[in-house]
Design a protein around this ligand. Structure first.
Ligand code: ZN
Length: 416
């Protein structure tokens, strides 16, 4: 872009952050779920200070907030926008002793990870590699995850701030920064302070493939289906016992095979029985319901209720209860009223030389919760791939193009 370079390159910054273990932990009641997340949060607060950010606040919940003031004339009001990424990494794969490996000037072919040759990033499973010739690919050594999810988001946001500091001629309005804890275990975002954040809109920088922008997530509910039978001593059970386990087993087998996560993709939703208990007196199963459309979600809930009724008929003496809770809603319901958020992100990616595209997320983001709490929040790519796995990777170009996109994005808000 013909700009002064940042004081530290985005790659160097990324390599420093991924070496810090910030793995979060499931089934905890306090945020942060692991004290290790503080190491990166405190470091980021100190580095934000060095980069000239203002109003740096670290909450008791390991959330780091900061502000970059507008550099426009006082009479020029620009919508304050925010950038958000999470410090924690997935509990699915260890994040201790991450040893990032740079495969400089990649020339094609499968990438065997040096410390565990059974871990191979194959061209067959990662067709994006064909577009990465000459790039410097950053992988793990095969024994941990990389933590590009979401230290790529953090490194690119921090480098954007660095670049804005080195190039004061780049016009921008007020920018709010939020680094969150415990995104991966779903409990952190409740502690995010929307009211004092300082932005009307924000972007989570937590996506994948370069150019991929998302303003849709699942609408998500969880059903708990409980089967009540009648237990008695099996020695004297004849004509008395009603074994709820059979009703449970029959119920889950009635779920259509073409409606499961293992048989669906793209925009098609699913139902997913994922955990339960089998017991004569009381059996139960938890079932995820996911769809991009509320009507589709309603239909899935209705199906589960119909199956409950037919199961009761088939198993006399068993009563079946269906309880449904909402987890989160498709952020598109709100974001469709703010089309400029996506338009500006697409334009920023184009100015960075990318071919941006929209991709619905078959999951939720911090943004899906924030959007319904008054902070509309689409998601932007980071260049990362194979999240939550030892095969996770990103690249120099991935990090640099994401950073460039963010710098363009703040300028676009200032222009429009
Ligand atoms: Zn993430």
């Amino acid at each position: 872009m013909g700009l002064n370079p940042p004081r530290e390159s985005v790659v160097d910054r990324f390599l420093r952050y991924v070496r810090i273990d910030t793995q979060s932990k499931e089934d905890q009641t306090v945020v942060p779920s692991t004290s290790t997340q503080w190491t990166l949060a405190n470091l980021l607060a100190a580095e934000l200070e060095q980069l000239g950010a203002r109003d740096i606040r670290t909450s008791e919940f390991c959330m780091v907030y900061a502000a970059i003031p507008s550099n426009l004339p006082a009479d020029q009001r620009v919508t304050p926008i925010g950038f958000i990424s999470h410090v924690d990494t997935s509990p699915a794969v260890t994040g201790a002793n991450v040893n990032p490996i740079i495969h400089a000037n990649y020339q094609g072919g499968d990438i065997v990870l040096p410390c565990d040759p059974s871990q191979v990033i194959t061209v067959a499973q990662n067709p994006v590699l064909a577009e990465m010739l000459g790039d410097d690919i950053i992988t793990t050594d095969g024994t941990t995850l990389l933590g590009s999810d979401d230290k790529a988001g953090i490194a690119t946001i921090m480098t954007m701030i660095d670049i804005l500091g080195q190039n004061p001629e780049i016009p921008h309005g007020p920018i709010a920064i939020g680094f969150t804890a415990d995104e991966e275990v779903g409990i952190g975002i409740e502690k995010f302070d929307v009211s004092s954040f300082g932005a009307e809109f924000a972007y989570t920088v937590d996506g994948g493939t370069l150019g991929e922008i998302s303003d849709e997530t699942w609408s998500a509910r969880t059903a708990t289906v409980t089967f009540l039978g009648k237990s008695t001593h099996p020695g004297t059970a004849k004509d008395v016992m009603v074994n709820a386990i059979y009703a449970l087993a029959d119920y889950v087998l009635q779920i259509p095979r073409d409606m499961l996560p293992e048989t669906t993709e793209g925009r098609v939703g699913f139902v997913h029985p994922y955990i339960g208990t089998a017991d004569v007196e009381t059996s139960s199963v938890k079932i995820l319901l996911r769809d991009f459309d509320i009507a589709g979600l309603e239909a899935k809930e209705e199906l589960l209720r119909e199956l409950a009724t037919s199961t009761e008929r088939k198993f006399p003496g068993v009563s079946v209860r269906v309880e449904v809770k909402e987890n989160y809603k498709n952020m598109k319901e709100v974001l469709k009223h703010h089309p400029q958020l996506v338009e500006n992100a697409l334009e920023a990616a184009r100015r960075a030389g990318l071919a941006p595209f929209m991709m619905p997320i078959r999951g939720g983001t911090d943004g899906s919760k924030l959007t319904f709490r008054g902070l509309p929040c689409p998601n932007i790519f980071t260049g990362g791939h194979n999240f939550h796995s030892k095969l996770e990777f990103n690249s120099r170009r991935g990090l640099e193009k994401t950073t460039e996109t963010l710098v363009h994005l703040v300028q676009i808000f200032a222009e429009r």
